[in-house]
Design a protein around this ligand. Structure first.
Ligand code: MN
Length: 237
């Protein structure tokens, strides 16, 4: 096949543990809104609503090798860039109308991710009834640690999900506080879209979201999954 311009590179995330050295190709990035009660409340909601979804472009991933400090460029047009620490679910087997009881068989693995958000632009979009893309789907808006195969991850309801900024605790919860479980999220998303191998799902953030500035170092961790460290640097002009 010939292309009229060079085809873009396939965005991908490195793998650790079993299959280490290989890359996981990214197809789509789905994100779940308000999936921890305390975060829904801090954003002014009850925490009792049905799940809803938004997307980031696949090439918004910013893969960061474990044990290294990555760099994220502070994006333009915001004065309130917020961190949202999330369990990322990687889909290995696609499908439509996947029942929650069958959903875990579609999961390839997990990673720690950050759903970085231009909160000021998101608040404007909410007020004006406009789309969230500029607030959620900008370049490098999805820093992510390496993926580990599901069988290599020891996660349960008690697994801690945490974030520190410059060493100070900002976010802390457990995966058991997810309102909609990973299996239920897969059931809901696959009713609306056909899930495909390579899809990533950012499963929502616990409470404690707040702004970062250039120079800050964010360190995210999920017990049994991995860690992610990223420093905010200025966007070159
Ligand atoms: Mn989020």
């Amino acid at each position: 096949m010939s292309f009229v311009i060079a085809p873009p590179a396939t965005p991908s995330v490195p793998v650790q543990g079993g299959a280490a050295g290989a890359q996981f190709p990214v197809h789509r990035i789905y994100c779940v809104g308000r999936n921890y009660v305390e975060h829904a409340i801090e954003m002014g909601h009850s925490g009792r609503e049905a799940p809803f979804f938004f997307m980031k472009p696949a090439d918004a991933v910013l893969p960061i090798a474990e044990g290294t400090v990555g760099q994220m460029h502070y994006p333009s047009q915001t004065a309130s860039l917020h961190h949202e620490t999330e369990l990322v679910v990687a889909i290995g087997k696609g499908g439509r109308n996947i029942a929650a009881a069958d959903a875990m068989g579609h999961v390839w693995g997990y990673a720690v991710g950050l759903d970085m958000t231009r909160r000021d632009l998101q608040n404007d979009a909410k007020k004006l009834g406009r789309p969230w893309d500029i607030a959620k789907g900008f370049d490098e808006s999805a820093p992510i640690g390496p993926l580990r195969r599901a069988e290599d991850c020891a996660i349960d309801a008690g697994s801690k999900i945490t974030l520190t900024v410059n060493g100070a605790p900002r976010q802390g919860s457990t995966l058991g506080k997810l309102i909609w479980s990973v299996a239920e999220i897969i059931e809901h998303i696959s009713k609306a879209w056909e899930l495909a191998p390579g899809d990533l799902i950012f499963s929502g953030t616990p409470e404690g979201v707040a702004a970062v500035v250039v120079g800050d170092t964010l360190a995210a961790s999920i017990d049994g999954v991995g860690t992610l460290e990223v420093k905010m640097v200025a966007l070159p002009s």
